[in-house]
Design a protein around this ligand. Sequence first.
Ligand SMILES: [Zn+2]
Length: 462
Amino acid sequence: MGYNFRCVNYKKIIIFFYNLFIFCSFFARVQDNSPLKIEGALLVTPELFMECKAKKKWPNICYVSLVQITAEQRTKVALDKSKKISKETGQPEGKIEGEKKNYPVKVLLCEEKRSSQNFSWQIESSDGFLLSDITKDTKLFYFTANKLIVTIKSGFIYVNNKRYLRKNLKIYPKSGYLSFGGNAYQGNFLITFDKDNIYLINKLDLEDYVFAVLRSESWPGWPIEVNKVFSIAIRTYVVYRVRQAKKCNRLYHVKNDNSHQTYYGHEFKKRNSDALRKAVEQTKGILLAYNSEIIDPMYDSCCGSIIPSHIENKVDFEKAPYLCRDYPCKYCQKCSLYNWKVCYTLKQLEKILSSQCPHIKNIRSLWVSKKDKAGLVKEITIRCTGHTYKISGDKLYTFLKKVKSFCFNIKRSGKTITMNGHGYGHHIGLCQWGARQMVRELFDYKQILAFYYPGTSFVRLS
Ligand SMILES: [Zn+2]
């Protein structure tokens, strides 16, 4: 009896702790509605868990240990969810055929005139380099130096003052990373020519590129859900440009500045970016499409509640109906740049504008003389002594670096010109601060992308 009594107690204790462990783990995971993977090849969703609990029928397993599900499983779950969205919106769901999962991206780091003799590119790597022809990777040359100086003389490539016999060059790090201009880069470098120019290009994997751009385009500490939104937008943006570059045989796919997406390599030692890496992994390969075609997902920092469909002559909405959002984003109103104000003296304005347009002298006044339906400035009239000039809103935005967007008014008070405006950027596509607020209001990344790019669906690289 004594033996049986002890046995029953042990059994109850084990069952009690087993249940406690399961419930604690379940409630910890159910918060983000992720599936639970129970080691022993059992995948249990929160719904199945509740069903088992109601029926009091538990799978016959010897030991239980909750483990983190892999990025691949997470992506699968995300895609399954996105399929539901697609069905709801009536959009097709599919794969982009003919694309590989290991998708290389070529980012332009530097370009020089081929005729130029006055530049050198300094590339560093701690353990030396492997050099090869771009098309013949088998012929690799090992350079033990930790610094390469690449120059051009009479149209030929010179490496550390020695002429390199081939017309293009591929540079790998022996180990670790390549550094250029103070930044560290994954992948390899290509040095190649076209008729007029020589290019220094960083070739790296798509997902590594998305992660690196996310580090520049996102903000530290923002939640993973909003970084998932940005990851998909950044990935789609570059894949769209890769396909464009292939059509016109351009040697690189994207530039590394904000004319495309800001890319500074990987800044490996600078800041903790585990959350950003997770956002990229959890959306791996996912892209936005409209009618099965990859979209051009423009995005800006703060849209200022401008309605994109009212914007004239900036986007061809027939080609990009997913950018023709006909309702405002009001989620960015708490952003500090939702309303902005900048001041110039007439002298300051004259100095800037006359450096671009020499005939602009002795400015007396200026005002906005034409706006489009969305409220974006189309034309500015500048009154000078004896003359009146007109310049476009786009030009003024380009010339005056303090002006944040195309939506503003101009007021003159004495010798001071004040510009009051809304938003930061071009007002089209995804609004980053709006997306941040939508996450606060419990929208998920699928709903946010559907809000900013109406009619789109998710596809992924096959
Ligand atoms: Zn907005």
